[in-house]
Design a protein around this ligand. Sequence first.
Ligand code: BTN
Length: 245
Amino acid sequence: MSLIFRVETVAEIDSTNEELKRRALAGAEAGAVLRAGLQTAGRGRRGRNWVSDPGNLYMSLLLRPVKSPAEAATLGFVVAIALGRLLRAVLPVSVLHKWPNDVLVDGRKISGILLESGGITGGKVDWLVLGIGVNLRHHPAESLYPTTDLLAAGGPNLTPDQAMDLLLAEFRPLYDIWEQQGFAALRDDWLAQCTGLGETVLARLEQEEVTGRFDDIDADGTLIMGLADGSKRRITAGDIFVARH
Ligand code: BTN
């Protein structure tokens, strides 16, 4: 049976991810969706903060899929596909996925996805919190990567509520496919709209930087990089930058 989303909106919170993690640990059911007007401690990937002033979309979903941590991590790609579809329907410019879970509008980052899971028992996660931030009306001036927002990119003036509803509508059928068939059934959709495939990319990892050709992603979402010596390097976490001439 398809999951039922129960949406709650609050004016302000520390972080929608933190709040749903707290609720997950207190036994909340799957399907809880929390949207905040602003976050006072919004979090990004790799310990970064996420500027969360009013006007943009800040939301998280609590899910309890029967998946291993590695399988659960692939859900970020699924949200990126949903968001890409939504944005392509309303924007006149290119909308591409960027590994691992970003969406680029005209080459600029418009969103962020933060996936957290825990409570592993029998090899499966007990809970998964999927945090999504989408720049609707403003974007940070300074960041690791060039950024934009929906309005600046020539899109409609969507309220955070409207954007959330559209996103949930795109995400729901994709989630059902992912839950039943896994990421393998959606991998081609992600790859078909991704930036940098077959090109030289720089991957900034925890301890080092690696440059190579972005050859593929596997069924776990791991990036497969072809190195100059002909070997392959598997990259599970990091930031990539596409080298353009
Ligand atoms: C990234 O670094 O690209 C991921 C950013 C994720 C931000 C969203 S906003 C809603 C949810 N709550 C958080 O604290 N973070 C995520």
